[in-house]
Design a protein around this ligand. Structure first.
Ligand code: PEP
Ligand code: MG
Length: 540
């Protein structure tokens, strides 16, 4: 057995086989192809192998889990032969001279979105299937004959580093834990792991020959055990059981109010990155969504999401939340969230560069598309919107003007929308210092402690060498939070925290005593926070 140390990003224990992902495994690049006929043959050969694999899986499942459960592989085989699907791929290869991997991945995305948008539940469920078969064919084209990117069983994903755009493309149901060599605990990949409620570690110096070996991720202590002895496996299984028991106990808090002993009601919301995360929000009984990182809709695709696609995503989220508040943060692309098609210039200091609201105000056509989608979706539920990386009152005034233009256009087109509360993120020291002025302009503030800590302490949140001095408990950060709450309240502006610090249970009482109105955290933290809120008396 080997015990490798690393840094914990999210607690929890995972036991399973290691799957080392190398760069080529995950990224499907668009390439120009001269001989398109040969490329089509390559696709056809890969599709044939995929069908054989699915046939073998069908037989195996038939023996082990019965015909009803095995059927899915037959359905997958049929989908692979579907003339529309095959034509979409071959036409793309022939018409655009692109490589087979790219054509298959694009067809998979397009068909899956089409299925997801259908009203019929059966057809909706096919979205994941078409993605799955496409992943399988891409994997074969890339020379990995073991099927889909992550294979059939759940695995511990081990990689040098994972970009947010790569993480969002992984099939979550196959991931037991994330372990990376690089990355920082404050990066968006780390945040995604927390949102997904998956144990995660960084800074682990693994060896490439560990692929396929049994391992244990101890996300509490930041230890990665490779090839553990049987007794160690049993010990961790027992810990996993203890953990499950604790979570079961917390379930009793579902349906209970988020109110302190002395009667202050707190809005306990959850953070999400995509539509699928709503399931975890509901499971953990959050009373709203305090941060929908909408930029994840832009990651993992090869072109701008259309107004219609965004509208459907937002509408699905608000409808599933059934009247509970959903706060959508407008596009926060840039810094560690890079998307090729934005063609952002290479910058020396991307965290302080062309990102977030700066892009939206310079390229209002992108911003307006998103705002139209948000406003249209607001007709179906309780939507609020907030803008990231604000540094001035002038920005807020320009945003409001664009919002008015969007509303006028919708009125002229007879498109209905609801009342949309307007908020801003307070995540720059500048916004903190003028929070008295900003409070006059908006309905609420949401404090982004991840960036606020980075800019206040002058510590790049991506730099893992500085993780130990990235101190979100720093008195400067805490004073800023207090100042924002006081300034907000003077102008009837409610104040929340949506950065990771909001889930820091050691600070919950402090925040409550400062007068915080809302806390928005990864879904897995909601019930733990509810327990503390209900046991705190802020009058003492
Ligand atoms: C923050 O900066 O605290 C925040 C919530 O936004 P993000 O982590 O997405 O930058
Ligand atoms: Mg931020």
């Amino acid at each position: 057995m080997e015990a490798l140390n690393g840094k914990s990003v999210f607690g929890g224990i995972a036991i399973g086989k290691i799957r080392i992902l190398s760069k080529g495994d995950r990224i499907v690049k668009r390439e120009k192809i001269a001989d398109t006929a040969a490329e089509i043959s390559r696709f056809e050969a890969a599709s044939e192998i995929a069908k054989q694999q699915l046939g073998a899986l069908y037989e195996k499942a038939l023996r082990e889990v019965g015909e009803v459960n095995a059927m899915i592989f037959e359905v997958h085989q049929m989908m692979l032969e579907d003339p529309d699907y095959v034509e979409a791929i071959t036409h793309m290869i022939a018409g655009q001279s692109v490589n087979a991997e790219f054509a298959v991945a694009s067809a998979g995305d397009n068909f899956s979105e089409m299925f997801a948008a259908m009203d019929d539940d059966y057809m909706k469920a096919r979205a994941a299937d078409v993605k799955d078969i496409s992943n399988r064919v891409v994997a074969i084209l890339q020379g990995r004959h073991d099927g889909s990117v992550l294979g059939e069983e759940q695995v511990i994903v081990v990689a040098d580093d994972l970009a947010p755009s790569e993480t969002v493309q992984l099939d979550k149901s196959k991931v037991l834990a994330f372990v990376t060599r690089h990355g920082s605990t404050n990066s968006h990949t780390a945040i995604l792991a927390r949102t997904m409620n998956i144990p995660a570690m960084i800074g682990v110096n693994y060896a490439d020959d560990m692929d396929g070996k049994l391992a244990i991720v101890d996300g509490y202590n930041g230890i990665f055990y490779v090839d553990p002895e049987l007794q160690v496996v049993h010990d961790f299984e027992a810990k996993q059981q203890e953990e499950a028991d604790k979570i079961r106990l917390l379930q009793e808090l579902k349906g209970k109010e988020d109110v302190t002993i002395d009667g202050k009601h707190i809005h306990l919301y959850a953070n999400i990155g995509n539509v699928a995360d709503v399931a975890a929000v509901l499971q953990n009984d959050a009373t709203g969504i305090g941060l929908f990182r909408s930029e994840f809709l832009y990651l993992g695709t090869d072109t701008y999401p259309t107004e219609e696609e965004q509208f459907l995503a937002y509408k699905t989220v608000v409808q599933n939340m059934a009247g509970k508040k959903v706060i959508i943060r407008t596009l926060d692309i840039g810094a560690d969230k890079q998307v090729d098609y934005f063609e952002l210039p290479k910058e020396d200091n991307p965290a302080m560069g062309y990102r977030a609201i700066r892009i939206c105000l310079k390229q209002p056509e992108i911003f307006k598309t998103q705002l139209r989608a948000i406003y249209r979706a607001s007709y179906y539920g309780n939507i609020a919107v907030m803008y990231p990386m604000i540094i001035s009152v002038d920005e807020v005034c320009r945003i409001k003007q664009i919002v008015e233009e969007v509303k006028t256009e919708l009125d002229e087109q007879g498109i209905k929308y609801g009342d949309v509360e307007q908020g801003i993120m307070i995540e720059t020291p500048a916004a903190v210092m003028i929070s008295d002025l900003l409070a006059k302009e908006v309905d609420f503030f949401s404090i982004g402690t991840n960036d606020l800590t980075q800019y206040t302490l002058a510590i790049d949140r991506q730099n893992s060498r500085l993780d130990d001095i990235y101190d979100a408990h720093h008195e400067a950060v805490l004073r800023m939070i207090r100042m924002v709450i006081e300034n907000g309240h003077k102008e009837n502006c409610w104040v929340g925290i949506c950065g990771e610090l909001g889930a820091d249970l050691a600070l919950t009482e402090t925040f409550l005593k400062m007068g915080i109105d809302e806390l928005s955290v990864s879904p897995g933290y909601v019930l733990r926070l509810r327990e503390i809120i209900r046991n705190t008396d802020i009058s003492k």
